[in-house]
Design a protein around this ligand. Structure first.
Ligand SMILES: Cc1cc2nc3c(=O)[nH]c(=O)nc-3n(C[C@H](O)[C@H](O)[C@H](O)COP(=O)(O)OP(=O)(O)OC[C@H]3O[C@@H](n4cnc5c(N)ncnc54)[C@H](O)[C@@H]3O)c2cc1C
Length: 432
């Protein structure tokens, strides 16, 4: 029996270094580089600014720790990644400086598993080195949560695949060297057996970005990074199919499970940062002759915030531990991944709202990071599937372990149970 909430001292020393490095060297990047492509666009000035920091991270052997040593990573399990990511989540740039940014991290795993030698040479190494960007494109303008509604197809013509249809919200497509596109290859089969993933190189004739959407109204319209794409007889060589035909969802699982849990881990970092701000503020502000911190309404908010963050953090780390133990394809593990995915926007909403509220006007202004945090909550309830879909997974998995009552009355019907209990122990009463 082993059960522990401790981090070994060697790894704790690394986490302490990561925390100082993130606060002192990485968080300032957020204040300088605010373009919609930052920090992912390798051609943005931010990429240059990140390079010396990335070199330090590589020297410290903390680069792309989610990957195995054969791919230049450290093969960290999810618990270690969780502890790291909850620090990196403090900054938009954290994951990129440490080589574990989405969607490139998941795309690299897909290429490593399913790419040809040539594809790996051309794309995998530069991607792992942070020199190029990549895109994962699945959502369509008419369908996101329900893949059965996907209509973008690829049909075989000689030794080529011909893609026709549209994709929507394909993040980073405009500056990616390649896109991994989910296409319907057999419309007569259920989607989980009739879809495949195809690598499309940037600039392939027949692929056109119609426009780029942004999250929120904060950048010039059309200057966002989420592409609306049209494929019109776009031809790619047959070896660009990753995995077998019809195995698109199996291939996609290589990235989605990890991605969901990493979003949650980084959200722990955001939550802690919001709580730090909340606590500093209430200790700095006086109203009606006393510190805001001394008001019971404030104390209620601080206590609820602390408890919620701790509960969420432990749930995330528990899920990470489960993945390390059983791998993410296990039913129970998928239940927890879905549960934390659904919990993420809710806990962020409650904690960040409290932090903003306690700051008053400055909390809703552009003079603290809180409003930026607030604006990112809805997207976390949407990326990698909306909360409702994940809650359905949780509920269905839970309900599999239960059965309907065998009778008209519930199995916990007190009169029935009392009669059974009396039959077992009632004679003690009679004797008395
Ligand atoms: C910032 C951001 C980045 C993204 N990046 C990418 C990317 O790189 N590649 C990519 O392919 N996609 C990407 N997406 C798209 C994302 O995967 C979809 O938004 C998501 O799958 C939901 O699809 P949808 O937007 O079509 O919404 P819909 O499927 O139309 O869902 C809208 C709403 O309907 C309700 N709903 C849906 N299904 C159910 C259900 N079963 N039960 C009850 N209610 C339900 C929910 O309230 C849901 O929020 C990104 C999205 C965002 C916000």
């Amino acid at each position: 029996m082993s059960w522990s909430f401790e981090t070994d001292s060697e790894f704790q020393a690394q986490l302490d270094w990561i925390e100082t490095f993130t606060k002192e060297e990485i968080e300032p990047l957020d204040l300088v580089f605010r373009g919609p492509g930052d920090p992912w666009d390798p051609k943005s000035p931010a990429a240059k600014a990140m390079q010396p920091l990335r070199d330090i991270v590589k020297e410290k052997r903390l680069w792309a720790c989610h990957l195995g040593p054969e791919l230049g990573g450290e093969g960290y399990g999810q618990v270690k990644l969780g502890l790291m990511n909850e620090i990196l989540g403090r900054s938009r740039f954290g994951p990129s400086v440490f080589g574990c940014q989405a969607p490139d991290s998941g795309n690299a795993e897909i290429l490593a598993h399913f790419g040809t030698t040539e594809q790996k040479e051309k794309y995998l190494q530069p991607l792992l080195d942070g020199k190029i960007a990549s895109c994962y494109s699945m959502t369509e303008p008419q369908a996101g949560s329900d893949p059965a509604e996907f209509t973008c197809t690829a049909s075989k013509d000689g030794d080529e695949w011909v893609i026709n249809g549209q994709k929507w919200f394909a993040s980073h497509a405009r500056f990616s060297e390649f896109l991994l596109v989910m296409v319907v290859t057999d419309p007569n089969k259920p989607i989980h057996e009739g879809a495949s993933i195809i690598l499309v190189e940037q600039g392939t004739p027949g692929m056109e970005i119609i426009r780029n959407a942004a999250v929120g109204p904060y950048v010039e319209q059309g200057d966002g990074v989420h592409a609306y794409i049209n494929f019109d007889n776009c031809r790619v060589p047959s070896e660009n199919m990753l995995g077998e035909e019809g195995q698109g969802f199996l291939v996609a699982q290589t990235r989605l499970g990890g991605g969901r849990v990493h979003h949650a881990m980084r959200s722990v970092g955001v939550l802690k940062k919001a709580m730090d701000m909340m606590c500093e503020r209430v200790l700095s502000r006086t109203t009606k002759g006393e510190l805001l911190a001394n008001k019971q309404f404030t104390q209620d908010k601080i206590a609820d915030t602390y408890t919620q963050i701790l509960q969420y953090r432990l749930h995330v780390l528990y899920t990470a531990w489960l993945i390390d133990k059983y791998k993410e394809y296990n039913r129970e593990v998928r239940k927890e991944i879905a549960a934390i995915k659904a919990a993420t926007p809710k806990v962020l909403q409650e904690v960040i709202y409290r932090a903003m509220h306690l700051h008053g006007s400055i909390g809703v202004s552009d003079e603290t990071p809180l409003m930026t945090m607030w604006a990112s909550i809805p997207e976390l309830g949407m990326v990698d599937g909306p909360s409702e879909v994940h809650k359905v997974t949780v509920a269905r998995t839970i309900l599999r372990d239960y059965e309907a009552a065998p009778d008209l009355f519930p199995s916990y019907h007190t009169p029935t149970q009392r009669a059974q209990a009396m039959a077992k122990y009632g004679h003690y009463l009679d004797e008395a």
